[in-house]
Design a protein around this ligand. Structure first.
Ligand code: ADP
Length: 426
C-alpha cells in the first residue's frame, strides 16, 4: 500500500536484464484474451455471491472497466519502466471497483477473494499458453515476467482494497454520528412520554380532578404509552436485525401481515379505522422482524394520520412479486395504502429522513418522533430492499417497501394464494 500512497516505484526493474521480447508476447496474449478472462472471472464471482450477474457489474461502464484492469496489467508487464502509482489510469479503475463493491455491501474478504480468483485465472491462462510461445526463452525470463505480473496484480488489488477500506471507515464514522443523534432523540422522546404518563397519573390520584378531566388524563396516558411501545418495538427490532442476521426468524408474508394487524387492533378501533389485508398476498417466506417492523410503522401511520372528516376510514396491506421475468432480479413489493390526510406536495421528498415530520404545524396533537420511516428505510436497505412512498390519487398515501426475491421457490410460490381476507373493524 505504501508504494501507492507515496508514489514510489514498486520494485525497480533492471532494464538491461528484462526479457522484453517474452514480456511483449505474454502481454499481447493477455490483451487479446481479456474479454474471455473477464467472462471467466465474472462467472466465478457470480457463483460465489448470491446476486445476479447483472448486479455484479450493474453498468456497462463498469463492465468495460474490468478489461481495462487486465489491459493495465498487460501494459505493466510490457514496459518495465512504467510504474503503477496512484496516478495510473488502471489504479483509478481499481478504485472504482472498490467503490462499487462497497456500495453493493461486499466485505473485504469477498473483495480479496475476487482478486485471488483473478490471479488464478490470469496465471492459469498464461500457464496454458506457455508451451505455445515462439522463440527460445529461458526459465529465468519466464520467472522475471511472472514476478512482474504478480507485482501488477498486487498493486491493483491494493488500490481496490485500500479505497474500499477508506469508504468503509467513512461510513462507520457517519453511522456512529447518526447513532449518537438517534440515541439523543430516543432518550428525549422516552423522557417526554414517561413524564406525561407520570404527571397524568399523579393528577388522576387527586380527588379534586373533575370527571370530565379524568377522561383527558386517561387519554394522555394511553397515547403516551402507545408511543412508548412503538419506540421500544422499533428499538427491539433494530437491535435484533443488526445484532446477528444469521438468527433471523422467517415467517410467511400473510402471517406477518396478520400479526401487524393484530398488534394494532386497539389503536385502529380507537381511531375508527378499518385495517384490511388483501386476500392475494403471495405465500413467500420473509424475515419476520424486518417485515413486521415495516408493517407496524406503515400501518400505525395510516391509523395515526387518518382523516377524521371521512366517515369511512381504511388502511390496506397488499403485496405482489414485481420485476423482470429473470428470477434473480424480482422483488416482493408490499404496499400499505390509506385514505388519510395525505402529505402536502412540498413535504414529500424528505419523508424518509430521520426526525422529519411532514405535519408538524398542521397536526400538532399527533405524537411521533419522525423516526419510524427512517428506521423502515434503513432496515429494508440493510437486507437489500427499498422503501418509498407513492401518491397516486387526490387523497391518502401509499407507503411501500420491497424485498429482494432471489429464490426460485419464492417465484413459483407466487401462484399459490392465501386464504380469505382478514379485517379488523372499529
Ligand atoms: P412520526 O413518528 O412523526 O409518525 P414517521 O417517520 O413515521 O414519524 O413519519 C414521518 C412523517 O411522515 C410523519 O410525521 C407524517 O407527517 C408523515 N406520514 C407518515 N405516514 C403518513 C401517512 N400514512 N399519511 C400521512 N402522513 C404520513
Amino acid at each position: 500500500m505504501s508504494s501507492l500512497q507515496k508514489g514510489e516505484p514498486a520494485v525497480p526493474t533492471d532494464p538491461s536484464k528484462y526479457p522484453f521480447e517474452l514480456a511483449a508476447i505474454l502481454s499481447d496474449r493477455l490483451r487479446t484474451a481479456k474479454q474471455e478472462l473477464v467472462t471467466r472471472w465474472l462467472g466465478r464471482i457470480t457463483a460465489r455471491v448470491t446476486i445476479s450477474t447483472k448486479r455484479v457489474f450493474p453498468t456497462h461502464e463498469l463492465l468495460n472497466h474490468v478489461p481495462l484492469l487486465i489491459e493495465g496489467i498487460a501494459g505493466y508487464l510490457k514496459r518495465p519502466e512504467r510504474d503503477i502509482d496512484a496516478k495510473a489510469p488502471v489504479v483509478a479503475k481499481a478504485m472504482e471497483l472498490g467503490a462499487l463493491r462497497h456500495a453493493q455491501g461486499f466485505d473485504a474478504y469477498e473483495l480479496l477473494k475476487e482478486y485471488e480468483m483473478l490471479s488464478e485465472i490470469v496465471f492459469a491462462f498464461l500457464t496454458d499458453i506457455a508451451e505455445t510461445i515462439p522463440g527460445n526463452h529461458s526459465r529465468r525470463d519466464f520467472l522475471v515476467c511472472w514476478e512482474r505480473l504478480g507485482q501488477a496484480m498486487e498493486l491493483i488489488r491494493q488500490a481496490t482494497v485500500s479505497h474500499f477500506l477508506r469508504l468503509s471507515s467513512a461510513q462507520i464514522n457517519e453511522r456512529e454520528n447518526r447513532l449518537r443523534k438517534f440515541n439523543r432523540t430516543v432518550a428525549h422522546e422516552l423522557k417526554n412520554n414517561v413524564g406525561a404518563i407520570a404527571a397524568a397519573s399523579t393528577a388522576l390520584a387527586e380527588e379534586w380532578v373533575a370527571p370530565s378531566d379524568r377522561k383527558e388524563f386517561d387519554e394522555i396516558i394511553s397515547r403516551n404509552a402507545e408511543s412508548l411501545q412503538r419506540v421500544l418495538a422499533n428499538l427491539e427490532t433494530l437491535s435484533r436485525t443488526q445484532a446477528d442476521s444469521r438468527h433471523c426468524r422467517n415467517v410467511m408474508l400473510p402471517q406477518a401481515a396478520s400479526e401487524a394487524v393484530r398488534e394494532l387492533e386497539d389503536s385502529a378501533k380507537a381511531k375508527g379505522v378499518k385495517v384490511r389485508v388483501a386476500d392475494d398476498l403471495p405465500q413467500l417466506e420473509v424475515d419476520a422482524a424486518v417485515v413486521e417492523l415495516c408493517l407496524m410503522n406503515y400501518v400505525s401511520n395510516g391509523i395515526k394520520y387518518s382523516d377524521e372528516a371521512k366517515p369511512d376510514r381504511w388502511v390496506t396491506i397488499a403485496a405482489a412479486v414485481e420485476g423482470p421475468d429473470n428470477e434473480h432480479d424480482r422483488e416482493v413489493v408490499v404496499r400499505v395504502s390509506d385514505n388519510g390526510i395525505g402529505i402536502p406536495d412540498d413535504r414529500r421528498a424528505r419523508l424518509f429522513e430521520e426526525f422529519y415530520r411532514a405535519h408538524d404545524e398542521t397536526v400538532t396533537e399527533t405524537a411521533g418522533t419522525g423516526l419510524g420511516l427512517s428506521i423502515v428505510r434503513e432496515t429494508v436497505e440493510s437486507i437489500g430492499g427499498r422503501a418509498w412512498a407513492e401518491f397516486p390519487g387526490e387523497s391518502g398515501s401509499v407507503f411501500a417497501f420491497s424485498l429482494p426475491s432471489r429464490r426460485s421457490e419464492d417465484i413459483r410460490a407466487v401462484s399459490e394464494l392465501t386464504g380469505p381476507a382478514k379485517e379488523t373493524s372499529p
